[in-house]
Every structure is written in C-alpha cells, then in structure tokens.
Design a protein around this ligand. Structure first.
Ligand SMILES: [Zn+2]
Length: 142
C-alpha cells in the first residue's frame, strides 16, 4: 500500500485525484503500477486500477490475471470493480472507503456480488487513514 501511495503522489503532482494502484503477481512480485491519469490524458477511463490492469496484462501476455492481487489507495468505483472481476484477479486490497461511489462494499458491492461466477477476495481499510488524508488534502487545495 505504501507503494500505491507513492503512485498516488505522482497523480497529485499532475493535477489528478491522488489514487494509486499496484498489481502483484501470484508470487508477490510487482507486475505493474499506475496512478489516476484522467486529467493528464483526457481519458475518462484512466483510473489507476484500469491502467494497472492493462499494464499487468501486457506484462504477462494475457488478459487473465489469475492469482494476482490489486492494491489501490481508494475503494474501486463501479467501472474498476467490473474490470477487476473481468480480469479474474484473486484479491483486491484497498485503503480508503468511498462512501459516495465505492463499489467494493460501500455504495455497491460489485466485486463480491454472489450472482457473478468470479468474486475476488476483498481486503478493505489497509492504511486507510494515510490514503484518506492524501485525498482530503488534495481536495482542500482545489
Ligand atoms: Zn475507478
């Protein structure tokens, strides 16, 4: 999560909402890291999780990220939650809860919806205070 927070910092310095993500392989090695790049690229789908999934899939050479873990500083939104299910990651670890848009337990629980045939494990609230503080500080400056 500290590595994901460092990525979040890079987003903030580019004017993007500070969210960072790291994708770990089944053995714990880092496959990809990314930060929110919506402002930087003008791409509405350029959330940290989506970019990390794309980069990791490119690194391993296939779309299935079986056994992998995505670590992200903010609870995934519906788009990212859907992409995480599609990618078949084994685990999603997040820091701050997002009561307004979170889709991993707060507003919805897309990731663990029992109607889906793949449901990654969710670990919430890791370094939650650090992750939330970074976001709050960013929005205070706007
Ligand atoms: Zn998202």
């Amino acid at each position: 999560m500290r590595r994901a927070l460092a990525e979040a910092e890079r987003a903030a310095s580019a004017g993007d909402v500070p969210v960072g993500a790291v994708l770990l392989g089944p053995d714990g090695t880092e496959l990809a890291a990314a930060h929110n790049e919506r402002e930087a690229t003008g791409d509405p789908t350029a959330h940290a999780e989506i970019l990390a999934l794309r980069r990791a899939a490119e690194a391993v050479g296939e779309w299935r990220l079986t056994g992998c873990t995505l670590v992200v500083t903010l609870e995934p939104c519906t788009m990212c939650a859907g992409a995480l299910v599609q990618s078949r990651v084994a685990r999603v670890v997040y820091g701050a809860h997002d009561e307004k848009a979170g889709a991993a337990g707060s507003l919805w629980d897309v990731i663990r919806d029992r109607r889906l045939n793949h449901r990654p494990e969710v670990v919430a609230g890791v370094l939650e205070d650090d992750c939330a503080t970074r976001l709050t500080a960013f929005f205070r400056t706007l």
